[in-house]
Ligand binder design. Structure first.
Ligand SMILES: *Cc1c(COP(=O)(O)O)cnc(C)c1O
Length: 850
């Protein structure tokens, strides 16, 4: 074999414009319109040819061009402005510093299998990755002390093209990290930082790359290095590629390797946030290292670690959650059984809803739920769905009390906002609008934007979108050697004046990408209405192994080739962040018709309103919270169906009705001045109602104030002084667990009359047997509320009961009263829960009802 020696060639950027390198090395530039236009100005064609990869472009740009810029005073002052803006951004005070600056030792590590930061860093597949990318950007804007942790995939996610029959083909270009916005992490002596992880019969080594996202670093592990066998080098080859065995290998690297990597860099996170269950092994590593360091047992360590872990679930279908057969867990995790000092069954139980059920697979979501004290779904509805899905982990706990709350997703506004709209905001919302995107009063100023100006910008963006779509169509037809006549026709697809509807997302079947095609005759009439034409732009990838999804794409392509649809329906290949931006900046309406409640949140619909588009969506995910009647349209009323075919029929008809009777008439209802005033009113309402809430700055603030700070404080408290508090707490918990079988509600008495008048109180006394526990160890509660038709309490309230001193043979009396505010049938029950300042959520199994 010929030994090839590698070397890298770096461009020679003249001193005067050296700052270009610094700007290109921080993805901050990607959400700063001035910086983007600087790179465009440097070399427009190259910028586009590299898919907006600023680093790569600096390596390719002609030396002549670089030398020429040194004398271009316009360029130089543009460069100086952007450099200043970057410096200002990096040194400015931040929300976190001002609000929570006293927590100087807090450090959050945010783990995700994918990060969608920019099209030039293709290590994401869809919504989960884009959300993770936006989380980092918002954390940077807010100054949260946070680092991201993920994997650097040699081939990323696949690139999509369609064959002549519309069938999705995948190809996997190699990422050249040396010409991307990442840098190898090195230690003080210049050596690459590496981490080692035990795999069966071998050790796998990974090096660490850093991507700078504003103030926040993202660390990415790379196993494609000579120390590893050819097979192991594949661990970081593809995102969501390979079989279940590969999946475990990747997740072991992400969770265990990821934590070791941040530690190797000198960061000891007080809070670990798992974005989806892929990284949940990190808690296992954290427990094992805590046991070794502090000489504590598994229970003490796991309780301590859980206090500092946060988990976000994203998947409302059982099958979408990672589940591994026990033999695979044995293969990769057996060394941990020993390190944790627990037997195999106890380990398996951590990943099972019923720990004793030997037939149940090992589920990463269950593992994360058991080992993170803070857990959430990603919209209010998804929170409910998640509590129902996972309630078996907490037997006897009413669904509403299952400790999974919700924090609704958002988007990073500046990353999807058009430059034109950004300028408009600077003019009418004030230049500081971008620092406080969660401030409702700022968005109220949208009212002051003159209708004509808003409309003109929107029309411009739509023209840009149509031009982009034609260019892409020509290119994709050219690649597949389509006839010249067909390529030429691409110049006449779409009409920049027609009502334009966008539909772009992963082609998972539950998203029903072809629902609008259910009645093609009716659709043909809608799109070809001579006075009120309508057109559709589709884009999206199907998972390589999802033939159902690929069929949907082929169906769209076939329909779009019919004469009656040729100009009005197009499918753009290779959906990515760049295509997404063109779409959300240019369409009039964003269509979303998932099968409720399977869209946990959805975020693409939040991107349009920043640019003034309207949503037309099934009431699922975020839109349940976002829809406000005059800011878009709801398809249906939030129903769920058991007959899916019937559901498709009802909901497709609802879409046609809306298009015919509401959407098109509003869009084409022009005043004498040519402006669609009614539509513009809707645009403004969409901006004012959606933008202040559904953005990642609000979202990350919520994670910080509801979870991170709590988790940090809890973790610090339990671990202080060689874990003395943690040990005490774990001892207490063990005593409670052992004694819990003796806890019982002996009897319950209503004191006085049980027909109470409104405004009165119902007084209740209960005698509780506590065994060797004390009243201070428990919370005795009255659980009460209106009775529904089934005789159940569907929206309960709780009041604490107070104990009176001395117990008689371990039996204590507790008293409390229920305030009676409304007439009708009410019910109550008495329940006992453990109580401790360090117990911040319900422990599975520790609840007793009367
Ligand atoms: C925003 C975005 C998504 C998420 O879309 P959903 O409709 O929320 O699933 C997926 N892919 C890309 C490229 C995006 O920009």
């Amino acid at each position: 074999m010929i030994q090839i020696r590698k070397f890298s060639i770096l461009p020679r950027v003249p001193e005067r414009i050296k700052a270009l390198e610094r700007i290109a090395s921080n993805l901050w530039w990607a959400w700063n319109p001035e910086a983007i236009s600087l790179f465009r100005r440097l070399d427009e064609n190259l910028f586009s040819a590299t898919n907006h990869n600023a680093i790569k472009m600096l390596g390719l740009v002609d030396q002549d061009r670089l030398d020429q810029l040194v004398d271009d005073s316009g360029f130089l002052s543009h460069l100086d402005n952007v450099t200043q803006a970057l410096d200002d951004y990096m040194s400015a005070s931040t929300w976190f510093k001002e609000e929570h600056g006293d927590r100087t030792d807090m450090k959050v590590a945010y783990f995700s299998a994918e990060f969608g930061l920019h099209e030039s860093l293709p290590i994401y597949s869809g919504g989960l990755g884009v959300l993770a990318g936006d989380h980092l950007k918002a954390a940077s804007d807010l100054g949260i002390p946070l680092v991201g942790v993920g994997l650097l995939y040699q081939q990323g996610y696949f690139r999509q093209y369609l064959n002549a029959d519309g069938w999705q083909q995948e190809h996997y270009p190699q990422n050249d990290f040396y010409t991307m916005v990442c840098e190898i992490e090195r230690d003080g002596s210049g050596e690459e930082v590496k981490v080692s992880i035990e795999y069966p019969g071998r050790t796998v080594v990974a090096r660490v790359w850093k991507v700078q996202v504003g103030r926040v670093p993202l660390y990415l592990l790379d196993a494609n290095i000579p120390e590893n066998s050819p097979e192991d080098r594949q661990i970081t080859a593809q995102l969501y590629g390979g079989d279940q065995d590969m999946r475990v290998r990747q997740e072991l690297l992400l969770g265990v390797g990821g934590l070791r990597a941040v530690r190797a860099l000198g960061i000891e996170p007080s809070v670990c946030h798992m974005n989806e269950g892929h990284s949940a092994f990190l808690s296992i590593e954290k427990i094992a290292t805590a046991m070794e360091k502090h000489k504590i047992d598994f229970d003490t360590a796991s309780k301590t670690v859980a206090s500092g872990c946060v988990f976000t679930t994203h998947t409302p279908v059982e099958a979408g959650n990672d589940m591994f057969p026990p033999y695979l867990v044995d293969t990769y995790m057996a060394p941990f059984y020993k390190r944790l000092g627990i037997d195999r069954e106890k380990f398996m139980g951590l990943g099972r809803q019923h720990p004793e059920d030997k037939g149940e697979p090992f589920c990463m979501t269950v593992l994360a739920l058991r080992l993170a004290n803070h857990a959430n779904g990603v919209s209010k509805l998804h929170g409910q769905v998640s509590r129902r899905m996972w309630k078996k982990i907490w037997p006897d706990v009413p669904e509403g009390d299952v400790p999974i709350s919700s924090i609704t997703n958002g988007i990073h506004v500046k990353s999807v906002l058009s430059a034109e709209m950004s300028q408009l905001y600077d003019r009418y919302l004030g230049v500081d609008w971008g620092d406080r995107p969660g401030d409702h009063s700022i968005w109220q100023r949208v009212e002051q934007i003159p209708d004509a100006e808003l409309w003109r910008i929107h029309e411009r963006r739509k023209e840009r979108l149509v031009a982009f779509a034609r260019r892409r169509m020509k290119r994709q037809l050219g690649v597949r050697n389509a006839p010249a006549s067909e390529i030429q026709m691409a110049d006449s697809i779409l009409d920049p004046d027609a009502l334009t509807i966008g539909f772009a997302r992963r082609f998972a079947t539950y998203k029903r990408g072809t629902l609008i095609f259910r009645d093609l005759d009716r659709l043909a009439k809608i799109v070809n209405d001579p006075n009120r034409p309508v057109q559709f732009i589709f884009a999206g990838k199907a998972h390589p192994r999802d033939n159902g999804g690929k069929e949907l794409i082929a169906h769209i392509v076939h329909v779009s080739r019919r004469d009656e649809f040729r100009r009005r329906i197009v499918f753009l290949e290779d959906y990515d962040l760049n295509v997404a931006r063109y779409l959300v900046q240019g369409v009039d309406v964003w269509l979303n018709n998932p099968r409720r409640p399977l869209e946990a949140s959805g975020t693409s619909g939040m991107k349009g309103p920043t640019n003034g588009n309207l949503n037309m969506s099934v009431l699922d995910g975020w839109w349940v919270e976002g829809f406000a009647h005059d800011n878009g349209w709801a398809i249906g009323g939030g129903e769920e169906y058991s007959d899916l075919n019937y559901q498709d029929e009802v909901e497709s008809r609802a879409m046609y009705e809306l298009l015919e009777k509401e959407v098109a008439p509003l869009y084409y209802g022009r005043q004498a001045d040519g402006l669609p005033r009614g539509w513009i009113h809707y645009m403004k309402r969409s901006m004012m109602t959606v933008c202040p809430t559904f953005n990642t700055n609000r979202m990350v603030q919520e994670y910080t104030e509801r979870f991170y700070i709590d988790a940090h404080d809890g973790f610090v408290d339990l671990t202080k002084g060689d874990l003395s508090t943690g040990r005490e707490y774990a001892q207490w918990l063990r005593r409670v667990e052992q004694e819990w079988k003796n806890v019982a509600v002996e009897d319950v008495t209503t004191l006085g009359d049980d027909h109470v008048k409104v405004g009165g109180d119902l007084r209740v006394m209960a005698r509780i047997k506590l065994g060797s526990l004390q009243p201070s160890d428990v919370n005795v509660e009255l659980y009460h509320g209106d009775l529904d038709a089934a005789g159940q309490i569907s929206s309960p309230n709780t009041v604490a009961m107070s104990g009176n001193g001395s117990g008689d043979g371990g039996v204590f009396s507790f008293e409390g009263s229920i305030p009676c505010q409304a007439s009708g049938q009410h019910g109550y029950a008495v329940r006992v829960l453990p109580q401790n300042p360090h117990l911040d959520r319900l422990e599975p199994g520790l609840i007793r009802w009367g």
